[in-house]
Design a binder for this molecule. Structure first.
Ligand SMILES: *[C@@H]1O[C@H](CO)[C@@H](O)[C@H](O)[C@H]1NC(C)=O
Ligand SMILES: *[C@@H]1O[C@H](CO)[C@@H](O)[C@H](O)[C@H]1NC(C)=O
Ligand SMILES: *[C@@H]1O[C@H](CO)[C@@H](O)[C@H](O)[C@H]1NC(C)=O
Ligand SMILES: *[C@@H]1O[C@H](CO)[C@@H](O)[C@H](O)[C@H]1NC(C)=O
Length: 291
């Protein structure tokens, strides 16, 4: 019995682990979109920091923070993946840095910390590289609505079904919706999705709106900049994640109508994350977004 319960604890722990952030597919896609919008100078700088001159230099490190958090050395970074907004969806949404970022840190303070560290010339090369990897990951996470929400550990505690499979609401947004649309978490699938979203930003449905996606970016104030992204993203908890309350998500299979309504929001958020990541890396490189 003892063994059995430690096995089920292990299974539980790994399930929580997997449910921790946009799945790898989303993160790779954000990395590829960003690499389509960075300036040549930004590309050269970050390829040098990361020691990778391939076209995959951002996508390749985009999921690193998830493996780092599960090492003993990286345990302290677990709270850096989210900010637990103490709001009340679907009636009212909102994030407040003072109220919601705890002493252990949050995604907003983490983006601020690693933005300062990636520019700190006194740090060792390995620490600068770690900072770059963290920025690429956390700009992805902050764009997943349930990473900006406290309710039931960002939806991890809301048990739902997706295409007949039992899962939780957080995992549906991290992984089930992206993978139903774009396939398994491979670099090839991520690149295809990123190419489509890049075209949509440049010439398609996002071309008008994307002009405002960089509003509020200020390298001298990473907390204020990240809070713009967190507030924007958290608003979708009320409008798209739990529009009819949590019970409604538990009552139906989310692979149907819910998926159809959520997919455009997932696409939009992945596109914004990639575009804003490029803008942020351009600012770090040249003190202007460079578009
Ligand atoms: C950026 O690099 C590409 C490919 O190396 C080159 O074709 C392009 O002219 C460069 N752009 C600028 C603005 O230097
Ligand atoms: C900043 O990052 C470093 C390196 O990971 C870490 O040791 C430190 O605790 C972080 N500080 C904050 C305030 O998050
Ligand atoms: C992107 O994919 C969507 C399907 O989600 C399709 O309707 C659209 O035409 C594609 N856009 C581009 C620019 O390839
Ligand atoms: C949600 O479901 C729970 C348990 O079934 C019930 O107690 C609660 O009243 C429901 N809430 C709403 C808002 O319908």
């Amino acid at each position: 019995m003892k063994n059995l319960s430690s096995i089920s604890l292990l299974i539980l722990a790994s399930a929580v682990q997997k449910a921790a952030c946009w799945g790898a597919l989303g993160h790779y896609t954000v990395g590829y979109i960003a690499s389509n919008f960075v300036t040549n100078a930004t590309q050269a700088k970050f390829q040098a920091i990361l020691g990778d001159t391939s076209a995959d230099y951002l996508a390749s490190v985009a999921a690193y923070a998830d493996s780092y958090r599960s090492t003993a050395a990286g345990t302290f970074t677990a709270p850096f993946h989210y900010i637990d907004a103490l709001d009340n969806p679907p009636e009212s949404c909102g994030v407040d840095f003072e109220r919601d970022c705890t002493a252990a840190g949050c995604v907003v303070s983490a983006i601020s910390n690693y933005t300062q560290r990636v520019q700190n010339r006194r740090l060792k090369a390995a620490d600068v590289a770690l900072a770059a990897k963290m920025i690429v990951h956390f700009l992805g996470d902050i764009h997943q609505p349930l990473h900006d929400e406290n309710l039931e550990l960002g939806g991890n505690g809301i048990k739902v079904k997706f295409d007949g499979v039992s899962t939780n609401l957080h995992s549906v947004w991290d992984t089930s919706i992206p993978q139903k649309f774009a396939g398994t978490a491979s670099f090839v699938n991520a690149k295809t999705w990123a190419t489509n979203l890049t075209e949509t930003i440049k010439y398609g449905a996002y071309s008008k709106a994307s002009a405002s996606w960089l509003d509020g970016l200020k390298l001298s104030d990473p907390v204020a900049s990240s809070m713009v992204w967190a507030r924007d993203t958290n608003s979708y908890v009320c409008s798209a994640v739990l529009p009819d309350g949590r019970n409604a998500t538990e009552a139906v299979d989310l692979g149907g109508e819910y998926y159809a309504e959520a997919l455009p929001v997932v696409q939009l958020q992945i596109a914004k994350a990639g575009y804003r990541l490029a803008g942020w890396l351009n600012l770090i490189t040249a003190s202007n977004v460079g578009f």
